[in-house]
Design a protein around this ligand. Structure first.
Ligand SMILES: Cc1cc2nc3c(=O)[nH]c(=O)nc-3n(C[C@H](O)[C@H](O)[C@H](O)COP(=O)(O)OP(=O)(O)OC[C@H]3O[C@@H](n4cnc5c(N)ncnc54)[C@H](O)[C@@H]3O)c2cc1C
Length: 511
């Protein structure tokens, strides 16, 4: 058996594992990814990628490819029978770099983020499955088997388990997801059909095309419609996914909404929502991210989006520790912050699921009431709003220092920004992803702070960046933002001790 060692072993080359590898590579840390499959995922999985995820993918180097291929959207419409009862618009002011949401097939996300690190020394071993894993005093010992049966023993200082809902790493460490799962089942159908409709989230409750059912439709690139419809409680799922049972339902709906171009089915699967998580995302030298750590209902689109947030949170922390620039205690905050985020995601995801797939008569009755009332009273429509994924505030994080620490840093346009690094970018979030960013609101006349090698200073006059003053001046003249775009601390006077204290709170080692 071959033996090798690596600093970081990433188990699972799905979207979260590949994003983790790309973010680490951007920070100069190479890793080894082992992926059981021979290539990117096939079939229909995540479709809706949030603005926050686009930011993370942009730090990974996949921005241009994502923007080129994906379909941006901000509006959604819901119908009760044949009547529109809700038209919602997600916040999409002109300040933002990205639309609130884009639609794109998951395999494109995987391909683009993989391409983003193709010039680095990070390797992906395709068709290679991790079969065993044990923790040792100085790291982790793993065994992987390639498709041709060749075995390799790997010693890694750190492991990131991104091996999905049936995680082998979780099983090897004797850990179990806890929570609940819903009985309601949805059929997921992808069809190829040209359309002239704009990209919007479309939902029908009890439509004439499929009485008693709920139908969701999303446009995807390459003329693909993603259609999800709810099965009745007494339907046999094996029968339900047979093409002879799926095609008439789809045809009936397409006819109802006037989509009459020829079409063909490209994917059929079945789904039921789960609300499951590990209690902790760190077990000594092993971290869990994405579906290996939590399974979140797809309604509200928090599955892949929350997994990308896991990678965005862990990558900078792990890189700083490996590079000897931060103490190991920084890594404990990963699990605390992301377990908290999962609990929030599960709370929202459960609400959306209970509306999309009512678990019992009481929920069905309430949904029926909300839908019926919405036909006559628009103020009730807010109850139908699907509450799509948003970044979660890290309340209670051990890294928080001052009032608004742990808040996602708001976007702002920069007209003529100049940093100590000399870069000139148009949006504040373009500075995130790598170093800490110290916003200095110079018009507040609070003095000048000494430079720190891990901190890029963004000194801005109000005339150059009025939106930064609108959104940040109430916090103080200095705002320290973490590499993952979260506020670390803010203060009003230029005293070295303030910056030192904020960095020390995060375990950053003073050079
Ligand atoms: C129908 C459907 C629709 C969805 N829609 C959305 C949506 O719109 N938005 C959203 O945010 N999320 C959505 N999701 C959820 C999203 O697809 C998942 O959250 C996402 O795939 C998780 O990514 P991951 O990398 O953590 O895990 P996975 O994508 O499951 O990847 C895990 C990888 O690990 C590999 N692996 C497993 N075991 C081993 C092993 N022992 N050794 C090596 N490799 C291994 C697997 O082959 C796989 O490639 C949807 C899911 C489904 C099923």
């Amino acid at each position: 058996m071959n033996s090798i060692s690596t600093q970081i072993l990433i188990v699972g080359g799905g979207p979260v594992g590949l994003t983790m590898a790309a973010l680490l590579a951007k920070r100069g840390v190479d890793s080894l990814v082992v992926e059981a499959d021979a290539g990117y995922c096939s079939g229909s999985r995540a479709t809706c990628i949030s603005r926050r995820s686009l930011e993370i993918l942009s730090w990974a180097g996949a921005e241009a490819a994502m923007m080129d291929k994906s379909l941006p959207w901000s509006d959604g419409r819901s119908f009760y029978r044949d009547q529109q009862v809700l038209h919602f618009q997600m916040p999409a002011d002109s300040t933002q770099r990205f639309a609130p949401m884009v639609n794109i097939q998951q395999y494109y996300v995987e391909a683009f983020v993989h391409q983003a690190f193709s010039n680095s020394d990070t390797a992906v071993w395709w068709a290679t499955r991790l079969t065993s894993l044990t923790q040792t005093s100085d790291g982790v010992s793993a065994e992987v088997v390639a498709a041709d049966g060749k075995k390799t023993s790997i010693h890694a200082a750190w492991v990131v388990a991104c091996d999905g809902g049936k995680s082998t790493v979780r099983e090897q460490l004797g850990l179990k997801l806890a929570g609940m799962q819903y009985d309601g089942r949805y059929v997921i159908v992808d069809i190829k059909q040209k359309t002239k409709r704009p990209t919007e989230r479309l939902a029908w409750f009890d439509p004439p095309s499929n009485p008693g059912s709920t139908i969701l439709m999303h446009r995807q690139p390459d003329d693909v419609w993603r259609i999800d419809y709810q099965l009745q409680d007494d339907e046999d799922p094996d029968e339900a996914i047979k093409p002879e049972n799926v095609l008439p339902r789809v045809q009936s709906h397409l006819s109802m909404i006037g989509e009459d171009e020829p079409w063909e089915v490209i994917w059929i699967a079945i789904y039921n929502a789960k609300c499951l998580t590990l209690p902790s995302y760190r077990k000594e030298r092993v971290f869990f991210a994405g579906d290996a750590a939590h399974l979140v209902p797809i309604f509200g689109v928090r599955g892949l989006n929350s997994g990308l947030d896991d990678a965005g949170n862990l990558a900078w922390k792990l890189a700083l520790v490996i590079q000897g620039k931060a103490e190991e205690k920084l890594l404990d905050s990963y699990s605390i912050e992301r377990v908290h985020a999962t609990h929030e995601n599960l709370r929202y995801g459960a609400k959306s699921t209970e509306f999309m797939s009512p678990p019992h008569h009481g929920f069905r009755l309430m949904r029926e009431a909300a839908l019926r009332l919405s036909t006559v009273d628009k103020t009730v429509s807010s109850l139908i709003n699907p509450r799509q994924s948003l970044p979660i505030e890290y309340t209670g994080s051990p890294l928080n220092l001052t009032g608004l620490s742990g808040m996602p840093a708001p976007e702002a346009i920069l007209d003529k920004a100049s940093t100590s690094a000399g870069a000139h970018l148009t949006h504040l979030t373009q500075y995130f992803g790598d170093a800490f960013t110290l916003l200095q609101l110079v018009d507040l006349d609070a003095g000048v702070i000494k430079q720190h090698p891990l901190v890029q200073v963004l000194a801005l006059k109000k005339s150059e960046a009025p939106q930064v003053y609108e959104r940040y001046a109430s916090l103080g003249a200095f705002v320290l933002i973490r590499p993952d775009g979260y506020i670390a601390a803010s203060w009003t006077e230029a005293r070295e001790v303030n910056l030192d204290k904020a960095l020390a709170k995060m375990g950053v080692i003073h050079e």
